[in-house]
Design a binder for this molecule. Structure first.
Ligand code: ADP
Ligand code: ADP
Ligand code: MG
Length: 508
């Protein structure tokens, strides 16, 4: 008897083998998550995706051709020449996800992160949006509507108006508000964000000029000219609370952050926990934040922002429906990986830990190292090439960045190069460590905020926690610093200037 197989049986066997291989490949194929962002935050998210054993899909516009995030991703999709327009193009981003078979999208911060239409487009396309629902983003993205929800939940707030009418009628409403509550008052874009669309009005006479400007600015920035009024909290601290909620409504907080040190209403330095709050006050603010999140039906990670007045009263400002730049400081004091948690919650997991499991310890300070010239009104230094990049390391030092030696910073995006987050068990230890890191951090090519920060952290008011949102305006001497800080820095700059290049190493 021959044990030769017939030709047709052989063919069948070959086909079966092929089919089996295909099925196997499909089973083994990793789930993909697309990151709809760039820069340091894209890298932060890609790292978390890969740690969870998913594959990360990056997207990029032409000016980001050389960016680090597309090198460390498992796959990268070019979505257009940009600049910015393609990162903001909902159709293109959704297309990239569908074509690469990503099942979920993490929006990061900025760009489409707080765009309810984008979250809705994901929902419609059957893609998991790693963040709250489009409905929640809609409600909270509108500052007047958010205030309404918070008022119903008895969350403390500064007096504020509804949306003002256009033209003279609105002007009259504003004048009446000013009379009733007293100046200064704040004109704020209802759809505002990122510190833009905020105008402080010192006296009634300024209203006629400022009101139309505020409206047209709001229109230009947010495609919505609605503005409303808030009474100004004088010399406030910006105190915010990181919250995390699962789909069952279980909501926990990861403590407070102080983000008072700002320029142009934008944060520069963030501290966790908010320094100089009594334990009782810290707990009260955190519990209020959880109540606020629950009132909004919040899901996933978010931030509840408050203003803390010198008299100890605090007032709700807004809920940011996304991951914040400064989430790292909360991670350092709680040990919780917020991005990992975000992804797991979006994938349908429940929060496995309770509030009582979250132990906060020590202090963390984050400094946003921007390619900017503080002495020149923080003018961006984009377009310049990083000639030398030597970052500090060691105990308690965390760097979230995306730049490397030889990298030319695109001019068309924000100026954040790297976030340096430093942990210490005591406040003094944290400040000492920061000082060491700022002294040793060498970046030449663009000017950066590093020497300014070195000056700032040695200021006695900073060290004593005596700062509010006007800190930079009231401490002009902070701008008086030596660009080079140390001899090493000076030499690095001089050598870089001679050679105009550095070895292509990557750190952080
Ligand atoms: P954005 O959405 O742009 O972040 P916010 O409402 O959070 O706007 O305000 C940003 C910053 O503007 C705050 O951190 C604070 O410094 C300042 N600010 C906003 N509203 C007030 C107010 N009513 N009184 C005093 N400062 C305010
Ligand atoms: P996993 O570590 O398997 O992702 P979880 O989803 O429960 O587990 O936790 C998400 C994040 O929270 C992780 O970074 C984890 O280290 C952190 N975490 C979990 N439980 C606790 C806890 N009791 N205290 C502090 N952090 C925790
Ligand atoms: Mg804000």
């Amino acid at each position: 008897m021959s044990n030769q197989l017939s030709r047709s049986t052989k063919q069948k066997a070959v086909q079966l083998k092929k089919k089996l291989k295909k099925t196997l490949e499909k089973t083994l194929k990793k789930t993909k998550i697309l990151v709809a962002n760039r820069g340091e935050i894209a890298i932060r998210i890609i790292r978390a995706i890969q740690e969870l054993n998913y594959e990360a899909v990056a997207i990029y516009e032409t000016p980001d051709n050389e960016s680090r995030h597309i090198r460390i991703a498992d796959e990268a999709v070019w979505i257009g020449d940009g600049p910015r327009a393609d990162y903001l193009n909902i159709d293109k981003v959704i297309d990239a996800a569908i074509n690469s078979e990503a099942i979920a999208i993490h929006p990061g911060y900025g760009f489409l992160a707080e765009n309810a239409d984008f979250a809705r487009a994901c929902e419609d396309a059957g893609i998991i949006f790693i963040g709250p629902s489009s409905g929640v983003i809609d409600k909270l993205g509108n500052k007047v509507m958010a205030r309404q929800i918070m008022a119903e939940a008895n969350i403390p707030m500064v007096p504020g108006s509804q949306n003002l009418q256009a033209g003279d009628a609105g002007l009259a409403e504003a004048a009446e508000f000013g009379k009733k509550y007293g100046y200064p008052i704040m004109l704020k874009a209802t759809s505002g964000g990122g510190g833009r669309g905020i105008r402080r009005i010192e006296k009634e006479e300024d209203l006629a000029e400022q009101y139309p400007i505020a409206r047209s600015e709001a229109k230009a920035a947010f495609n919505d000219d609605s503005v409303y009024l808030e009474k100004v909290v004088v010399q406030p601290k910006h105190v915010e609370v990181q919250i995390i909620a699962d789909k069952n409504g279980k909501t926990v907080h990861l403590g407070t952050r102080d983000c008072s040190i700002q320029r142009r209403n934008q944060k520069l330095v963030e501290i966790a926990p908010a320094f100089h709050l009594s334990e009782a006050q810290n707990n009260e603010i955190c519990e209020t934040a959880v109540t606020a999140a629950k009132a909004a039906g919040y899901f996933n990670a978010g931030t509840v922002e408050f203003l803390l007045a010198p008299d100890g009263n605090y007032y709700f400002m807004e809920i940011n429906t996304r991951l914040q730049v400064e989430h790292t400081v909360s991670e350092m004091i709680t040990g919780i990986d917020i991005v990992r948690t975000q992804i797991k919650l979006a994938m349908g997991k429940e929060l496995l830990f309770d509030q009582s499991d979250i132990k906060m310890r020590g202090h963390a300070i984050e400094m946003r190292i921007n390619a900017e010239d503080p002495k020149n009104n923080f003018m961006p230094e984009g377009g310049k090439t990083v000639r030398v990049y030597r970052s500090p390391g060691g105990y308690g030092v965390r760097l979230d960045g995306f730049c490397y030696q030889g990298f030319t910073i695109p001019q068309v995006y924000d100026s954040l190069l790297v976030k340096m987050t430093v942990f210490g068990w005591s406040w003094n230890e944290t400040v000492d460590r920061l000082k060491r890191c700022l002294t040793n951090f060498v970046i030449t090519g663009p000017k950066t905020t590093i020497p300014f920060y070195l000056n700032l952290i040695q200021d006695p008011d900073f060290q004593n926690g005596e700062f509010d949102t006007s800190f930079l305006e009231t401490h002009e001497h902070l701008f008086d610093y030596d660009e080079d800080r140390t001899e090493v820095n000076k030499l690095a700059r001089l050598i870089a200037e001679i050679h105009h290049k550095g070895e292509n190493t990557y750190a952080a």
